[in-house]
Ligand binder design. Structure first.
Ligand code: NAD
Length: 481
């Protein structure tokens, strides 16, 4: 393996110490634009994982006791360091994950915003006084940090997803051991580096890597750990939720897969809908849990919508994320290429029309063309399985009731979108959709101050907003006479 100097080396971060590979097992990290190894990632030993959990356990009391004001100062300082280091960090993100540099920069800056907002919100962890029905009694409701947290984060948004979990937990006084994806390990190490440099006490945050199932099993069962938070696929989420229950009914937040419907009504501004949704669909090559996927378009607009969408998709420049001309990078791993090829063949086999794309883009790296499949029948796999790639699928509809039934048909309920110029339709659709988030005439559903999460098999619990802080708090009632 030839290490890429632009990418740098990888370590573990345990109890405030940066650990080298030493005699640990390690695995290669691959640049998805070339398919070549760029660095070697050390795996934590069982002892390392134990040390990380014990450090999170030991530091919980002093970290919780530190005034929220002082915790916030450290997190805000780390946010400033992320902004100062944006070029360096974004380059590492592109090299390990593949997204275009512009998106990687935006992701680093978004993480800094999340750190700022969450740090401040941690200072507003208020309780309340309930008027008592007993003479002379005082009734207090207080909020306390739940304890040391085990976090598991994926490869698709390797900075922002961990930033949400880390900053909310730390801001309210929790400590953490995080196991990010082994495929994109530098990103979280940069968050940890910024917090370490900002003065985070040693052991409050720990970063480990390894075989995911081994690490999660050991960490979730560890007596020091009191809460689990996971972002990833529904199948893995189900498994981890079960482990959390078996380990002592430990609390869990599960942010799982989606299959976002987009409802384009007869009165929609078609050009706006196409523009907004093409940008949202192909961001991060479609590897986003809130990526718009199933486009249900009123029959009077359907063919024009497909035409405009396919033309815009076809105009996207696909290439190495480090090339400034690139509009969409490679997929993050070969599993996604295989999934795209399987879903395209299956949809066409079911009678769908391939309006554009549908093929691998190059003979090295994991490139796939921006793809639009039109008139996709309900039975096609793509209509039922989350593509998690650069694939838009369309189907015409005629009535409101019919399209709501289609939109709510799947067991997922994360993001959903609708385009209409009628406020009555907008209200009706917002009420009718079974989803954690609804974007009406826009896709602005992911801000630090707003809740992000799903219903049904898309998981439970929120990240972001005051709800995201609650995920790391317990409620205590005090009745005093
Ligand atoms: P996967 O199910 O193998 O892994 C999903 C994530 O979970 C990865 O980050 C992986 O490292 C982690 N993971 C896997 N097994 C684990 C375990 N036992 N303990 C702890 N972590 C574990 O699938 P994949 O090929 O990486 O991704 C495929 C699917 O996952 C996608 O199609 C998509 O549905 C889903 N996904 C969702 C998100 C999201 O943001 N919600 C992110 C990444 C992947």
């Amino acid at each position: 393996m030839t290490a890429d100097a632009r990418y740098g080396t990888l370590k573990l971060f345990v109890d405030g110490r940066w650990l080298d590979a030493g005699d640990r097992v390690s695995e290669d990290v691959i640049n998805p634009a070339t398919g070549e190894a760029i660095a070697s990632l050390p795996h934590a030993s069982r002892d390392d994982i134990d040390a990380a959990a014990l450090a999170a356990g030991r530091t919980f009391k002093p970290w919780k006791a530190l005034p929220a004001y002082d915790r916030a100062k450290i997190i805000r300082k780390a946010a400033d360091l992320l902004r100062e280091r944006v070029e360096h960090i974004a380059t590492r993100v592109v090299l390990e994950q593949g997204k275009p540099m512009l998106e990687a920069r935006q992701e680093v800056l978004a993480a800094a915003d999340i750190f700022d907002w969450t740090a401040d919100e941690g200072r507003r962890t208020y309780g309340r006084i309930v008027p008592s029905r007993m003479p002379g009694a005082r009734w207090l409701v207080t909020k306390e940090p739940v304890g040391p947290v085990a976090a598991f984060t994926p490869w698709n948004i390797p900075i922002v997803i961990p930033a949400r979990k880390i900053s909310a937990a730390l801001a309210v006084g929790c400590t953490m051991v995080i196991k990010p994806s082994e495929e994109t390990p530098a990103s979280v190490l940069e968050l940890a580096r910024a917090l370490d440099d900002a003065g985070l006490p040693k052991g409050v945050l720990n970063v480990v890597y390894g075989v995911p199932s081994d690490v999660s099993e050991q960490l979730i069962a560890h007596p020091a750990i009191r809460k689990i938070t996971f972002t990833g696929s529904t199948v893995v989420g189900q498994h981890l939720a079960k482990l959390a229950a078996e380990a002592g009914v430990k609390r869990a937040t599960m942010e799982l897969g989606g299959h976002a419907p987009v409802l384009v009504f007869e009165d929609a501004d078609l050009d706006h809908a196409v523009r907004a949704m093409v940008a949202a669909k192909y961001r991060n090559a479609g590897q986003v849990c809130v990526s718009p996927t199933r486009f249900y378009v009123h029959e009077s607009l359907h063919d024009r919508f497909v035409d405009g969408f396919a033309r815009a998709a076809n105009a996207i420049t696909v290439g190495d994320g480090l090339d400034p001309a690139t509009g969409m990078g490679p997929l993050a791993n070969p599993r996604r290429i295989a999934a795209m090829e399987r879903l395209v063949a299956d949809a066409v086999g079911h009678g769908a029309t391939l309006a554009t794309g549908g093929e691998r883009g190059a003979n090295r790296g994991y490139f796939f063309q921006p793809t639009v499949l039109a008139n996709v029948p309900m039975e096609a796999r793509a209509m039922n399985e989350e593509p998690f790639g650069p694939m838009a699928i369309t189907s015409p509809f005629s009535t409101f009731d019919e399209v709501i039934e289609q939109a709510n048909r799947l067991p997922f309920g994360l993001a959903s979108y609708a385009f209409t110029t009628s406020s009555k339709t907008a209200t009706m659709v917002a009420d009718a959709l079974e989803a954690g988030m609804v974007g009406l005439n826009n896709n602005f559903i992911n801000m630090p101050e707003t809740p992000f999460g799903g219903v049904k098999q898309s998981g439970y619990g929120s990240e972001g907003g005051t709800e995201g802080m609650d995920a790391y708090l317990t409620t205590k009632f005090v009745s005093q006479t």
